[in-house]
Design a protein around this ligand. Structure first.
Ligand SMILES: Cc1ncc(C[n+]2csc(CCOP(=O)(O)OP(=O)(O)O)c2C)c(N)n1
Length: 587
């Protein structure tokens, strides 16, 4: 049956069809929907949101050791977190097929960096498959699991934002290939102590040769012969752009993207007059082609930053055929270029707002983290000074503090981030006698990636209730001398907690706890309105940075949008003139 699916839905479907019985991951755009879709099949597959990507990859390795087919999902930066087990799993190898599904984000639509997972494949010496559409996503999952079992290696499935999130037709099938779990004890097979690890190291090299031969023979790599004056080597979504922009050209399509099929590349290169390599992110393939002594174009024509796109395809066309009239940008894209920019802001009713407003009253440095609260960097809150990576909010605070900075430092992370990698940063501050104030913004969910559960929410991806790990208890058990929990919608309580924490010379923790209203799908309270006769247009409420508060002109009273207001009541509390009240009461 043909069904329209996103790439992520197709990966989930492919995993189910290929008999995967264990799936692990940590959310991260654009990878998140793989597990969310596979969760619709939880009668056949064990699934979990692991606390972080390292744990997820290790757990998937365990499932594979036990002989079952397993996948692990993450975004590209997650693979950095999971790199330690990946590098050694390459040596130890797999039993049941194991696929590491990593979604890269060329163009940084929702990521702090642009990073090419193919580097990791080369680094860890494991193969990479790179599908170009949803149908290829589904097929690549089974292919990858079979390859993993044949060569006893984890296989990386590299996705990118456009492949993960765009829809195309997929032919679905039945579920086959399920394995029964049985771990065969064999220490020399599973324990890379130096004595056995050195042997594994040799095996990794010989496996690379086998994988290179697999890549030569794979149906995922194919030559589409066309006009011989121009040939492209393309992989992933770039292949689709090339096919559409240059329908007559010859193309070598790589779906088995590493190790490279050198003989196939040579055969193709010798069959065309001019060769262009089109790949997103890094010029890994292009460098390799040049290193083989084959002349080609690539980065010199398409650049190396951002994702491949219609404007880039048109620019490539203009560069290759300078004499021809440049094709126009399709109308929707041309019109989109004129749209005003809409900077992201914290949602109306976001419980994070209260803490940042309270911090604004002190001359402190705020080391933030990755999560919805990273938006507090923008005006009018302007209350974040650094963002590095998940968990960095606490550790960067420690570094600034220990460097001798005179101002107090406040490290801020979210609840999901606390469990992901914040705990070790907190341990550093406690153990090494830091004095930063550490804040956990606990909105009871992983909001930024679409409300996934985590160890603090009391629910699993299997839909069961479970232990609700207490952030406060973890902090106390780690030796945090003072832990206070506040309601971030209560501004005076939050401001008092911040002031007291800053007055103390030791470290302490504040947990701001209120559920994300979007997750709850209900307003925090009744919508507010501004009594225009009492308002002095002082703009204090505007400085909360709430999108529901409209400030049409400087010096004129702001208004509150009834549709947008979530009724959190923070604006009532900042108004010194009593001009803001519940809508019914004030209108
Ligand atoms: C290593 C890594 N994994 C995953 C992500 C994707 N990601 C961005 S923020 C975030 C967590 C946000 O949850 P939380 O800390 O609870 O803050 P909230 O968004 O709920 O305010 C995740 C998983 C990432 N940026 N880096």
């Amino acid at each position: 049956m043909s069904t329209l699916m996103t790439g992520n839905e197709a990966v989930a479907r492919g995993a189910w069809e290929a008999g995967v019985s264990a799936a692990f991951g940590y959310p991260g755009t654009p990878s998140t929907e793989i597990l969310e879709n596979l969760a619709l099949r939880k009668e056949d597959v064990y699934l979990e949101w692991s606390p972080n990507e390292k744990v997820a990859l290790e757990a998937a390795a365990g499932a594979s050791y036990a002989g079952v087919r397993a996948i692990v999902t993450m975004k590209h930066v997650g693979l950095i977190v999971a790199a330690d087990p990946l590098m050694t799993l390459s040596y130890v190898g797999t039993e049941g097929g194991m696929l590491v599904c990593v979604a890269d984000d060329p163009g940084q639509h929702s990521s702090q960096n642009e990073q090419d997972t193919r580097h990791f494949a080369r680094f860890a010496k494991v193969p990479v498959l790179e599908p170009a559409d949803s149908s290829e996503c589904l097929a690549a999952v089974r292919y990858g699991l079979e390859l993993s079992e044949l060569r006893k290696t984890p296989v990386i499935l590299r996705l990118t934002t456009r492949v993960s999130h765009s829809r195309s037709l997929v032919e679905t099938g039945e579920r086959t290939g399920e394995r029964a779990a049985h771990f065969e004890r064999n220490p020399s097979r599973f324990c890379p102590l130096p004595v056995w690890g050195r042997e594994m190291r040799k095996r990794v090299e010989s496996r690379l040769g086998e994988l290179a031969r697999d890549a030569e023979r794979s149906h995922l790599n194919r030559i589409e012969a066309g006009d011989r004056s121009l040939g492209f080597i393309a992989e992933g979504i770039a292949y689709n752009y090339v096919r559409e922009a240059f329908p007559d050209a010859s193309v070598l399509k790589l779906g088995f993207a590493w190790p490279f099929p050198d003989a196939l590349i040579r055969e193709f290169a010798s069959s065309v007059d001019r060769l262009v390599v089109v790949e997103e992110n890094e010029d890994i393939l292009e460098e390799h082609v040049r290193a083989m002594g084959i002349a080609c174009d690539g980065r010199n024509l398409i650049g190396g930053i951002g994702e491949f796109s219609v404007p880039k395809a048109l620019a490539l066309k203009a560069a290759l055929f300078p004499g021809e009239a440049a094709p126009a940008l399709p109308a929707p894209l041309a019109e989109a270029a004129d749209l005003p920019a809409r900077p992201p802001v914290l949602c109306p009713g976001c419980p994070h707002r209260g803490l940042f407003f309270a911090l604004g009253k002190h001359d402190v440095l705020v080391t933030g983290d990755i999560g919805c609260y990273s938006l507090a960097v923008f005006p009018p809150l302007s209350r974040t000074d650094t963002i590095l990576c998940m968990g960095g909010g606490f550790s960067v605070a420690q570094g600034i503090d220990k460097a001798g900075e005179q101002r107090r430092v406040v490290g801020v992370v979210g609840d999901s981030t606390f469990f992901h990698s914040g705990i070790t940063g907190m341990l550093d501050v406690v153990y090494n006698k830091g004095r930063s104030v550490l804040v956990v913004l606990d909105n009871r969910t992983t909001a930024m990636t679409g409300h996934q559960d985590h160890p603090g929410t009391g629910r699993t991806l299997m839909g069961e209730t479970t232990t609700e790990v207490s952030i406060e208890a973890v902090a106390r058990a780690c030796g945090m001398p003072r832990v206070e929990t506040v309601n971030p919608y209560d501004l005076s309580q939050t401001e008092r907690a911040v002031a007291e924490a800053l007055a103390s010379e030791t470290t302490s923790m504040i947990v701001t706890r209120a559920p994300c209203p979007l997750r709850e799908r209900k307003a925090v309270g009744p919508a507010r309105a501004i009594d225009q006769s009492k308002c002095k247009a002082c703009q204090a409420c505007v400085r909360l940075g709430c999108p529901a508060i409209e400030a049409p002109e400087r010096g004129k009273p702001p208004r509150i949008s009834e549709e947008l207001c979530a009724g959190c009541g923070l604006c009532d509390q900042v108004c010194k003139f009593g001009a803001i009240a519940e809508r019914e009461a004030s209108v």
